[in-house]
Design a protein around this ligand. Structure first.
Ligand code: ARG
Length: 455
């Protein structure tokens, strides 16, 4: 007999049991479910809705059930539908009528809202910690590469010289914002819905604040309809996680490119690459590719959640059971990606000479030649045009700008003098860009110091 079976005269079809059961994926919330029930029972005992001794028995039995689950002694049943009813059923099997009092003043609607919030709060904290580990790796690489010159790109065309530290610190900023987003999201998740009942609260004088405090929530929900039907917190988390994955995917894409023979800026450690079953020479950056690929499933979860919630009338609807697989998969995926990514990054070999060589080609100092002319009194637009012509000449003569002779320089502008060579060296190009936020080693050092403070 189902826990809700009183109104029914026939059993549910077996196929329906299978179809609407969520135990297969919501059993992972057993800890939160039991903690929530213990807090609820204790509160019922304190306010005298059930005798204190019975509340105690319920709590101690729930603790036993918890340890039995953790020791693999409990078999959940599809017929009991979800984690909430599975645990309640076991409780009733163990202590009979007293166990039947646990659900007083509560509904599975506020119960599931509670469990999911608790579960995702914990996961959010774990993901936050993983992001901090990644931030540390980025700081470490940056500290060591403030002078490692490489080309900066726009349109994937060599643009201006920067340093590897500057490039890494760009990702630091992105992942640091991700941490901030998770913190904001967690704060909105941190609101306790129990007491919302099925939708309209309850007539029992429940002490909601006691339950909230007991379970480590900062606040209680302000509206019972909203308390049971809000899934913004899961959508918001999926959105934060999608942004994390978007950042990872950009980074992975770059690492994949940089691992190619064409770039050859880095080499992945053997432990983070794989070979080919047919081509003996291959060393593939699979880990980075797989993370890039997994971005899609996290976006998919976000879209699934948004679409599931779209147009749902207040308050709870069974559609909402579909929230769990989507958000759990997003959480699992990010948790699988972050540590392996951080490790891969910290073990990769950086080929500084190749980065430098790439920065020396592609006329990355062309802007600096124009700036040189501006300093000698040429208007910027004219300087731009003169340097454009120089670049054409260099391409035809297979030279870099800093390989032009003084005679050749003079042919483009009589204002050019010997100091041009120093002015347009890659080192000068980088060290001259010393505004706050720029690639000059001194600017990057300052931004690393700031980063350590917020980290
Ligand atoms: N397993 C359900 C879910 O995840 C729990 C809430 C069920 N409530 C209900 N009225 N059917 O949404």
């Amino acid at each position: 007999m189902k826990l809700w079976g009183g109104r029914f005269t026939a059993n549910t079809d077996k196929a329906v049991d299978d179809f609407h059961s969520s135990i297969r994926f919501d059993s992972r919330m057993y800890r939160q479910d039991i903690a929530g029930s213990i807090a609820h029972a204790e509160m019922l005992g304190r306010i005298g809705v059930i005798p204190a001794a019975e509340a105690e028995l319920i709590c101690s039995t729930l603790k036993e059930i918890l340890s039995d689950i953790e020791n693999g002694k409990v078999q959940f049943e599809v017929e009991a539908e979800d984690i909430h009813m599975n645990i309640e059923k076991i409780l009733i099997e163990r202590i009979g009528d007293i166990g039947k009092k646990l659900h007083t003043g509560r509904s599975r609607n506020d119960q599931v809202a509670l469990d999911l919030r608790m579960y995702l709060k914990d996961e959010t904290s774990e993901i936050r910690a993983m992001l901090l580990e990644l931030l540390d790796v980025l700081l470490d690489i940056s500290e060591k590469n403030k002078d490692t010159i490489m080309p900066g790109y726009t349109h994937l065309q060599r643009a201006q010289p920067i340093t590897l530290a500057h490039h890494m610190m760009a990702y630091f900023q992105m992942f640091r914002r991700d941490v901030g987003r998770l913190d904001d999201c967690r704060a909105r998740m941190d609101v306790m819905p129990l007491g919302s009942g099925a939708l309209a609260g309850t007539t029992y004088p429940l002490d909601r604040s006691f339950v909230a405090e007991k379970l480590g929530f900062s606040a209680i929900t302000e509206n019972s309809l909203d308390g049971v039907s809000d899934r913004d917190f899961a959508i918001e988390l999926a959105s934060c996680l999608s942004i994390v994955m978007m950042h990872l995917s950009r980074f992975c894409e770059e690492l994949i490119l940089w691992s190619s023979a064409e770039f050859s800026f880095i080499e992945m450690d053997d432990a983070y690459s794989t070979g080919s079953s047919i081509m003996p020479q291959k060393k593939n950056p699979d880990v980075a590719e797989l993370i890039r690929g997994k971005t899609g499933r996290v976006y998919g979860s976000l879209v699934a959640l948004l679409t599931m919630m779209k147009s749902l009338p207040l308050a709870y609807n069974k559609d909402m059971q579909e929230d769990k697989e989507a958000i759990f998969d997003a959480v699992d995926t990010v948790k699988a990606c972050l540590p392996v990514f951080a490790k891969m990054l910290s073990t990769m070999k950086i080929k500084k000479e190749n980065m430098y060589r790439a920065a020396s080609g592609g006329f990355t100092n062309a802007t600096d030649v124009a700036d040189y002319l501006v300093k000698k009194g040429v208007p910027f637009r004219s300087a731009h045009e003169i340097v454009g012509k120089m670049v054409l000449y260099c391409i035809d003569n297979n030279k870099a700008l800093d390989e032009l002779t003084m005679e050749e320089f003079k042919a483009f502008s009589p204002k050019i003098e010997d100091d041009i060579y120093r002015a347009i060296s890659l080192e000068s190009c980088v060290s001259g860009r010393k505004l706050p936020g720029g690639p000059a080693p001194e600017s990057v050092r300052a931004s690393i110091e700031n980063a350590k403070k917020v980290r």
